[in-house]
Write a protein that binds this ligand. Structure first.
Ligand SMILES: [Zn+2]
Length: 106
């Protein structure tokens, strides 16, 4: 839902400004629907494989838990990374990646 304050201020803009706003919004949408790049993701893990799927970057990683652990590193496990607003979010997927729509890039 568009905040009322934004709707109110848009109503007062000239056509040329509205067009600039539209272009700016299209730019923001295209930036945010791109999957996060390698340099935006955690670099403290061993990465065995990277796949892209839509707006998500999938990585097969070995993870060190940081404790005095004899099992380190753990995995490898798949993680998914995507953008939400300005943040990059991630989720644990597991040992296997459902791949139907994901194309291998690396
Ligand atoms: Zn460990």
């Amino acid at each position: 839902m568009i905040p009322k304050s934004i709707i109110r201020s848009l109503a007062n803009q000239d056509l040329s400004v509205l067009c600039e706003i539209r272009d700016h919004i299209e730019h923001l949408i295209s930036e945010r629907s791109k999957p996060p790049l390698a340099e935006e993701l955690p670099s403290n893990r061993e990465i065995l494989e990277v796949r892209m799927g839509g707006s998500t970057t999938y990585r097969l990683e070995r993870v060190s838990c940081g404790k005095n652990c004899k099992g380190c590193p753990h995995g490898p496990y798949w993680y998914g990374y995507w953008r939400e607003g300005k943040k990059t979010r991630s989720k644990y997927i597991g040992k296997n990646l459902p791949i139907a729509e994901i194309k291998k890039v690396q």
